[in-house]
Design a protein around this ligand. Structure first.
Ligand code: PEP
Length: 253
């Protein structure tokens, strides 16, 4: 079993093209040469995709979008398709982030359609899932995650999902400074992997990378990543500042 660690950032609605260029001019020297056991990706706003992709050309950093629409083109005002994201130079896309589910009414069915569109466009999908504080406190975490997995991955065969990456992001830990303990995260990642094994087979369950997200910072990343079922991190706030994100990327394993 060798799952390469992914350190992924999610800039959310921050950074213009010029700010993206400046960020990468600071980040790249700090993370190069990249340790061979890891990959780096940044999820950037649509208007900054092209500048970000140009800035990381010839580097090991991948650029991703933060959302995708499920049709390739058409009368869908305001939406952005997989082929458009690819043409801007991105190779990945975040799907189903809890902010999209909570603030914009994104459903499990939409996540499913967006996942299909991402795979069709040749984008590596990072599908997010996670429970709210109320759901964890009432003992519904595994039920909620099982439902999100069932909806998001409905209709896919295991061999179609090879490029998929999952991100477990407890909603109560996003942007709050509260982090799941390494043990809490490990227990949940192991449960997600068991679900994958039951529904999509042991090979996919063993190979699929599951990132943890929720207040990952330079000083807690190493302990989280030491857990066997945590295969990387999806980082919000701490991905906005090059020096902090570089410390996350360069964590000692
Ligand atoms: C996120 O937005 O995916 C996230 C995990 O944010 P933060 O690291 O700021 O909690």
């Amino acid at each position: 079993m060798s799952r390469k660690t992914i350190l992924a950032g999610n800039w959310k609605m921050f950074k213009t093209s010029a700010e993206a260029r400046q960020f990468f001019s600071q980040l790249l020297p700090l993370i190069t040469p990249l340790k061979p056991d890891r990959e780096v990706a940044l999820g950037v706003p649509f208007p900054s995709l092209e500048a970000a992709a140009a800035a990381v050309a010839d580097s090991p950093v991948a650029i991703g979008a933060q959302d995708i629409f499920w049709e390739d083109q058409g009368a869908f005002t305001g939406e952005v398709s997989g082929p458009m994201i690819r043409a801007a130079g991105a190779t990945a896309v975040i799907i189903g982030h809890s902010e999209r589910r909570q603030l914009f009414g994104e459903t499990g069915q939409w996540v499913n359609q967006k996942l299909r569109a991402a795979l069709r466009a040749g984008l590596a999908p990072i599908v997010c899932l996670g429970e709210t504080r109320a759901e964890r406190e009432s003992g519904q975490t595994f039920e909620v995650l099982g439902r999100q997995l069932a909806e998001g991955l409905a209709g896919f065969a295991a061999n179609e999902l090879a490029p998929l990456v999952l991100a477990y992001e407890p909603v109560w830990a996003i942007g709050t400074g509260l982090t799941a303990t390494p043990e809490q995260a490990q227990e949940t990642h192991a449960a997600i992997r068991q679900w994958l094994g039951r529904h999509l087979g042991p090979a996919l369950a063993a190979d699929l990378r599951i990132l943890y997200g929720g207040s990952v910072k330079p000083d807690n990343v190493a302990r989280l990543m030491s857990q066997p079922d945590l295969d990387g991190a999806l980082v919000g706030g701490a991905s906005l500042e090059a020096a902090a994100f570089a410390r996350i990327v360069n964590f000692d394993d």
